[in-house]
Design a protein around this ligand. Sequence first.
Ligand SMILES: CN(C)C(=N)NCCC[C@H](N)C(=O)O
Length: 288
Amino acid sequence: MPVEEFVAGWISGALGLVLGHPFDTVKVRLQTQTTYRGIIDCMVKTYRHESLLGFFKGMSFPIASIAMVNSVLFGIYSNTLLALTATSHQERRAQPPSYIHVFIAGCTGGFVQVYCLAPFDLIKVRLQNQTEPRARPPGSPPPRYRGPVHCAVSIFQEEGPRGLFRGAWALTLRDTPTMGIYFVTYELCRQSTRDGQDPSPATVLVAGGFAGISSWAVATPLDVIKSRLQMAGLKRRAYRGVLDCMVSSARQEGLGVFFRGLTINSARAFPVNAVTFLSYEYLLRSWG
Ligand SMILES: CN(C)C(=N)NCCC[C@H](N)C(=O)O
């Protein structure tokens, strides 16, 4: 099994992550808290209350973990294509795979990475939702979680081992089809490049950016449900499952709830995935 795709996926995931984390914090807060009037209000309040550092809350942990998940996604995707088409990454430049193969490989990568992603994503979402400023006024209560390890241990103790996988089913439904869409959009946008030639950096940036936007646009409704299920354990609000969370969210807040975070998700998805694909392609090319 070629491993360079896993390494390139890790590095490119880390680069995309740093760029996208501030957007991600605003998105998670908009999806799970009702105190903000919109993106600007959330950004202003976060900045006033927590300074610029507030946007980077919970980032050190995803760099190590979510970047590793990106490595699983790209590694499994590429190796599934190898199994389906018997062509390596280099050979696929001359012989592009069919879209159906790309879709199946993307869905496989999306499905497998969920089980690495679920606990890390849960910890990230819980930490991003802590709105206490770093320099707390004397006498104010400390944040519930002191950091990622404390968060993981607390969830394990308070909600049991299954608690660490809270929201995993919604994550599977979110990521399996949308990763197929992600890679198909990328391949579609690269079509302007002639077979056998490497796409230009501009083509890769645009193709990666659109891959991010199209997949996140489809993923947003289940992303909202996933984040709510992940926070539910903390608030002791019990949803009976994905469907129950969908129905009760829609009943209480209307259908618009499923599109919460769509604008910020798209604004974040373009630069993050443009940089992710550009660094991924560049690394694989420079390794031959
Ligand atoms: C719709 N979904 C879940 C995705 N397209 N995921 C893959 C993109 C990964 C990238 N690090 C990002 O966070 O955008």
